[in-house]
Design a protein around this ligand. Structure first.
Ligand code: HEC
Length: 252
């Protein structure tokens, strides 16, 4: 009898624990160098407006305020020493509604005013980043688009859909060239793709100054020259960008 009660008690405790365990919330951490007081000032004001809250972690949050832009960092504020504070979201959070809400709020009039309002010992320590268009890059096409097309079909179509006509090329995890051509910064991305994952492991560009890590196993390495990168850029330039008015389709 006592034993049964014991089990029942344990089960009901378990049920209680399960029922109060909150749904997993997005976590947030603040890297060193970022003034915690500023973030602590911003967060409750954001939460008040949106009811969205983030779990604070000492480090390695899904969202991070950091001083380096990392792969996905969005510049949010500039500190008095000129350094920039970035909001960085994990790759899998890029389309997350809470993250996008937070990012957009930080960049909105309200968020920017909140950043400017914050004081430490009576002194403003950060200003919102200038929202002027992110460094206009002059697009200079020096390569040969036909050569670039051949190179792209030879080397990139393994993973990317390069040519709309080639219906079944590419893998779903790699964006199509047309989709990427629709990005505002397509030019920069295509000039530097070999420096980012997953290309880093398999593509070397002679003269780029970036060495391939010999520890990374490569199946069939791709070796290019800088001129060939320019040819690929010239080819991508000729592609019709996807309509940006529609939600981005990954592999159309
Ligand atoms: C082994 C498969 C693979 C090959 C081969 C490959 N890519 Fe990619 N590429 C990817 C994947 C996967 C992504 C998406 C990465 C991500 O979302 O972070 C990507 C992303 C890109 C991007 C966007 C990078 C950015 O900054 O967001 C560009 C540009 C690009 N590839 C160009 C190329 C070109 C040009 C070639 C051929 C010379 C090529 N890729 C070959 C898999 C590949």
């Amino acid at each position: 009898m006592i034993k049964t009660m014991h089990i029942v008690l344990q089960l009901s405790l378990l049920a209680l624990v399960l029922s109060v365990a909150p749904a997993r919330a997005t976590s947030l951490s603040i890297a060193s160098g970022i003034p915690e007081g500023l973030v602590n000032y911003l967060l409750p004001r954001f939460t008040l407006k949106t009811q969205i809250r983030f779990d604070r972690l000492p480090r390695d949050g899904d969202l991070q305020f950091r001083k380096d832009s990392g792969e996905f960092g969005v510049a949010i504020f500039q500190l008095n020493d000129g350094s920039i504070g970035y909001l960085h979201a994990a790759r899998w959070l890029q389309d997350d509604a809470d993250y996008l809400h937070f990012r957009d709020w930080l960049l909105s009039e309200a968020g920017r005013a909140t950043i400017s309002d914050y004081r430490e010992q009576g002194v403003a320590i950060a200003i919102p980043v200038d929202l002027a268009p992110v460094e206009e890059v002059a697009i200079v096409i020096t390569g040969n688009a036909d050569v670039g097309r051949t190179l792209s079909l030879a080397h990139c179509s393994r993973c990317h859909k390069v040519d709309r006509a080639a219906k079944y090329s590419g893998m779903d995890s790699s964006p199509s060239f047309h989709a990427m051509r629709g990005f505002e910064d397509w030019y920069v991305r295509f000039l530097s793709f070999y420096a980012v994952s997953p290309h880093k492991a398999l593509i070397t560009v002679e003269g780029s100054g970036i060495e391939k890590d010999p520890d990374l196993i490569t199946i069939a390495p791709i070796e290019l020259r800088i001129e060939q990168v320019n040819d690929i850029v010239a080819f991508v330039h000729t592609l019709e960008p996807l309509d940006l008015g529609r939600p981005i389709q990954f592999n159309p």
